[in-house]
Design a protein around this ligand. Structure first.
Ligand SMILES: Nc1ncnc2c1ncn2[C@@H]1O[C@H](COP(=O)(O)OP(=O)(O)O)[C@@H](O)[C@H]1O
Ligand SMILES: [Mg+2]
Length: 267
C-alpha cells in the first residue's frame, strides 16, 4: 500500500501549486483545517460511520477515542482513500483555499506494522528518502533519522524481519513522516509498545504537531488524555468533541466513560 501511494506522488497538488509555494506556506506556518462532512460508511446492513462531521485544526494532536469496533480504523481507511465511503466528503483548507486531499497530504501509520522484511532498516529508509527527495527540505544523513527515532546503531543494518514490534513501528512512523504530511493518521500507535518506546513516540508526535494535524486513534483513555490536545469521541457512528473546560481530570474521565457506556450520543 505504501508503495502504490508513493508511486503516484507525482500528484495534482504539485502540478497545481508549485513546490516553492508549498514550502513558503510551511515556513510561515500557515493555518490549516481538515474538514469531514457527513461521512457515511456501512458494511452490508451494519452502519459503522453514520454521520461524521468534524473540523480538525493544525497545531494540535487529536485523540480519536472509541471502543473496540467503534469504527476508528474504518474512518482512517476512508480518509486515506483505501476504502470508499458511501457518502459525504472531506477536504483540506489552507490559506482559505479548499482542496481535495492527495496521497502526499496523508501519512497513515497502521496499527500492525507492515515493513518489507527482506530489507535492512537502512535500505528501507534510504528508499523512502530517495523517492521523496524533492520534498525533504534539509537533508539529514540516514543516521540522524535513526538517532531521532532512537534506533540503536547496531540495529540499523539488520534485516527488518529481525526488528522487534516496537522497532518496526518506529520505522513505519519514520517513513510516514519523512515527507512531512499535512495530516498524520496513527491507528492505535502506542498500544502495544513498551513504556520506553511509547514515551519516545509521544515526544516525537509532540515535536511534529506544529503546522500539521495529527489524529491518533486509541481505545485507551489515559493515553488520549496524556498525549492529545483535544479528545474526540467516536461513538455510534458520530464524532463529538469533549469539552474539557472547567473540568478536573476525574470529571472529564467520568464524562467520557458515561458517553462511551451509554446508548445515547453526546449532547
Ligand atoms: N472490511 C470490512 N467488512 C465488514 N465489516 C467490517 C470491515 N471493516 C470493519 N468492519 C466492521 O466495522 C466495525 C468497525 O470496525 P473498525 O473500524 O475496525 O473499529 P475500531 O478500529 O474502532 O476497533 C466492526 O464491527 C467491524 O467488524
Ligand atoms: Mg481499529
Amino acid at each position: 500500500m505504501i508503495f502504490i501511494d508513493d508511486i503516484s506522488s507525482d500528484n495534482i497538488y504539485n502540478i497545481l501549486s508549485s513546490k516553492a509555494v508549498h514550502r513558503a506556506c510551511r515556513k510561515e506556518g500557515m493555518y490549516m483545517r481538515f474538514t469531514i462532512e457527513h461521512l457515511v460508511k456501512h458494511f452490508e446492513k451494519k452502519e459503522v460511520l453514520r454521520d461524521i462531521d468534524f473540523t480538525f485544526e493544525s497545531g494540535k494532536i487529536y485523540g480519536l477515542l472509541g471502543r473496540n469496533g467503534a469504527g476508528k480504523t474504518t474512518l482512517f481507511n476512508c480518509l486515506n482513500k483505501d476504502m470508499k465511503a458511501d457518502g459525504g466528503n472531506f477536504y483540506l483548507e489552507e490559506g482559505g483555499q479548499k482542496r481535495e486531499t492527495v496521497p502526499d497530504d496523508i501519512g497513515y501509520v497502521l496499527s500492525a506494522p507492515t515493513v518489507p522484511e527482506f530489507l535492512t532498516g537502512r535500505e528501507f529508509l534510504k528508499f523512502f528518502i530517495d523517492i521523496h527527495e524533492d520534498k525533504i527540505e534539509e537533508s539529514k544523513n540516514l543516521d540522524a533519522y535513526f538517532d531521532y527515532m532512537s534506533i540503536a546503531p547496531e540495529d540499523r543494518d539488520k534485516l527488518l524481519k529481525d526488528y522487534s514490534h516496537g522497532m518496526k513501528n518506529k520505522m513505519q512512523m519514520l517513513v510516514n513522516i519523512i515527507a512531512k504530511p499535512n495530516l498524520l493518521l496513527l491507528d492505535e500507535p502506542l498500544t502495544s509498545l513498551d513504556v520506553v518506546v511509547a514515551e519516545e513516540m509521544k515526544q516525537i508526535l509532540r515535536s511534529l504537531k506544529e503546522n500539521r494535524i495529527i489524529i491518533v486513534s486509541t481505545h485507551i483513555m489515559d493515553l488520549a488524555l496524556d498525549l492529545c490536545d483535544e479528545i474526540v469521541l467516536l461513538n455510534h457512528g458520530v464524532l463529538d468533541k469533549v469539552d474539557k473546560t472547567d473540568m478536573d481530570s476525574h470529571e472529564f474521565k467520568e464524562k467520557i466513560l458515561a458517553v462511551l457506556r451509554d446508548e445515547r450520543p453526546i449532547d
